[in-house]
Write a protein that binds this ligand. Structure first.
Ligand code: DC
Length: 224
């Protein structure tokens, strides 16, 4: 008897900053035995590399730079990112990256390079990809698309808690300002703006615990 995964794949999870995509993605990956790729970390790694090399957030300058970058995403039940063979995952939430990632990730040349790498990972086996454009651009044929939403207050409170865990304490008010700015930049950019795919199931996680969101997602997947 073959051990078929109970859920169809790939699974796309999109939504704004701190809406719970990674928490849901990691929890589902563990329950289903799938790979989890947090595509935001790939954009953060490009940003880190560009800032360190002094390459400006301009499409022409970034085209060659992004194509020549050695970025490897190791998708397990969590995602780790290797830049030139070195694990930089723990540096990707630093304020310098946080403040500039929306500028670099808006560039078409950067998106082309990353989307290609993301599709290749999604073809390796049962996978869950989380980001902003997974359901609309990266995997438009994904059989299941979830789009998470939550109020800016709830997201800022979560991000402030997470930031403490990452060793980068941030008050909720400051987290909210950062989140609102990134929401605006990610939703209004020309290439692949943040929006739900037409066939996405939208989940408002404002008043739900992670366990409740996971249970609902498993129902949508037909795995409850
Ligand atoms: O999910 P995150 O906050 O780590 O994402 C960081 C940034 O990367 C976010 O501001 C927008 C960008 N991003 C994107 O443009 N497309 C994706 N698929 C994932 C993230």
């Amino acid at each position: 008897m073959t051990n078929e995964p109970c859920a169809p794949w790939p699974i796309a999870i999109d939504g704004p900053a701190a809406s719970g995509k990674s928490s849901l993605g990691m929890a589902l990956a563990e329950r289903l035995g799938f790979l989890f790729l947090d595509t935001g970390l790939m954009y953060r790694a490009v940003t880190l590399a560009a800032l360190e090399a002094g390459v400006p957030a301009e499409d022409a300058a970034m085209a060659e730079f992004a194509a020549g970058l050695d970025i490897r995403a190791e998708a397990g039940t969590t995602t780790r990112i290797l830049l030139d063979g070195k694990d930089v995952t723990n540096r990707l939430r630093e304020p310098a990256v946080e403040h500039r990632v929306s500028d670099y990730s808006a560039l078409p040349s950067v998106r082309r390079a990353m989307v290609e790498a993301q599709r290749a990972i999604a073809q390796r086996g049962p996978a869950i990809l989380a980001g902003r454009d997974v359901g609309t651009v990266v995997l438009p044929d994904a059989p299941v698309k979830l789009f998470l939403e939550a109020s800016p207050e709830a997201r800022a409170a979560r991000r402030s808690l997470q930031a403490r865990r990452w060793g980068m304490a941030q008050e909720a008010a400051e987290a909210r300002r950062d989140i609102e700015l990134r929401d605006r930049l990610d939703s209004t950019r020309e290439t692949s703006p943040l929006r739900p795919a037409e066939d996405a199931v939208v989940i408002d996680t404002t008043d739900l615990t992670l366990e409740e969101v996971v249970r609902f997602a498993l129902e949508v997947l037909g795995c409850s």
